[in-house]
Design a protein around this ligand. Structure first.
Ligand SMILES: C[S@@+](CC[C@H](N)C(=O)[O-])C[C@H]1O[C@@H](n2cnc3c(N)ncnc32)[C@H](O)[C@@H]1O
Length: 324
């Protein structure tokens, strides 16, 4: 097994510092959810995926577990060598079913999982080396596009990109359009993308998935304040912030905020930040999509739609696009 991790970083600690300070100086204050995933954040996200309310993982698991052959046929119709690149891989719980199928079929491919969290990549590497010892894997720790370019420099084989879990929903619609456009530009004619989208559905189901009674989602959001305290010498008092979730069924935007419970000052990296009572920090968007919006997104970014697979409840869709 080719089993290595390439760490090509453009100073992640400095990027974190810059993004946090900039975000907290903006109006409204904001933090990027891509920083949720430190060691504790990775563990909390795995707890979120296991919660009964968090239907997204169960739906996409239904596709990967029960429609594996159909999925493989859609994204790899010919038996040619390829690189399977997964962006924002997390623990690869769903894609492992596809990997197993491809290994059993003796397909010639290298799996390249990409994630900004080195912690989750090393957990994944350990898991896959036990579960699928024949798998060729190169883990790439860093940002999506930087690592995609790194992957392209390692091999010129056909690329099949997985972008699952509705990670695309963690961008505003405008950012998602830019992301898909750039993805297209970073690939070659014939390359394929499989993207997971959470579909619009009963609004209460959506709100419940991000507003669990046990408070795991709240802890997940608050953990970013702990990370800032630890890594940027901050002094956030976590009990002085409250998690608040909204879902707007018209736009499809589900948003997580932290609300300051009082007037307070917070020091971070020797800078002072003033929070008024009830002031918000915009933490994360989890955009929900209509079929029309997905079609429009693919078309605007220059992809050709080649098929899609939905879960049995039709709550989630994995859409396949090809670079023209
Ligand atoms: C919501 S989790 C989903 C994981 C997986 N795709 C799934 O469906 O279960 C998002 C993952 O993407 C990673 N991530 C978020 N932003 C990223 C970025 N800009 N570059 C690379 N990885 C990123 C996080 O570290 C995390 O592991």
């Amino acid at each position: 097994m080719l089993n290595q991790n390439l760490h090509v970083k453009n100073d992640p600690a400095e990027n974190f510092r810059k993004d946090v300070l900039e975000g907290l100086k903006s109006n409204p204050k904001r933090l990027s959810s891509k920083y949720f995933y430190d060691k504790k954040g990775d563990r909390l996200f795995q707890e979120i995926m296991a919660m009964p309310e968090y239907y997204l993982t169960k739906c996409e698991l239904d596709i990967f577990k029960n429609k594996t052959a159909e999925l493989a046929q859609l994204i790899i119709p010919e038996n040619e060598p390829f690189d399977l690149i997964e962006l924002g891989v997390g623990d690869a719980m769903k894609s492992t079913f596809l990997l197993q199928y491809l290994v059993e079929k003796e397909m010639d491919f290298t799996y390249m999982p990409i994630d900004i969290s080195g912690n989750i990549l090393s957990i994944l590497k350990d898991k896959l080396s036990t579960q699928l010892p024949a798998l060729q894997i190169i883990g790439l720790e860093g940002e999506y596009f930087e690592m995609l370019q790194k992957a392209a420099s390692l091999s010129s084989r056909k690329k099949v990109i997985l972008f699952l879990g509705s990670n695309i929903g963690n961008m505003s619609l405008e950012e998602a359009e830019d992301f898909c456009f750039n993805l297209n530009k970073n690939l070659s004619s014939g390359d394929v993308v499989l993207m997971g989208f959470d579909l619009k559905k009963n609004p209460q189901l959506i709100l419940d998935a991000y507003n669990d009674k046990a408070g795991v989602t709240a802890a997940f959001n608050l953990n970013l304040l702990s990370r800032i305290n630890r890594e940027l010498n901050g002094n956030f008092k976590l009990d002085q912030f409250q998690h608040y979730e909204t879902y707007d069924p018209e736009s499809g935007a589900c948003k997580s905020y932290l609300v300051s419970r009082m007037n307070q000052n917070v020091q971070i990296a020797n800078e002072n930040f003033v929070f008024e009572e009830n002031e918000l920090i915009d933490m994360e968007i989890s955009q929900k999509f209509s079929a029309e919006k997905i079609r429009e997104l693919g078309m605007k970014s220059g992809f050709k739609a080649i098929g899609e697979i939905k879960d049995s409840k039709k709550w989630f869709v994995d859409t396949a696009w090809q670079v023209k």
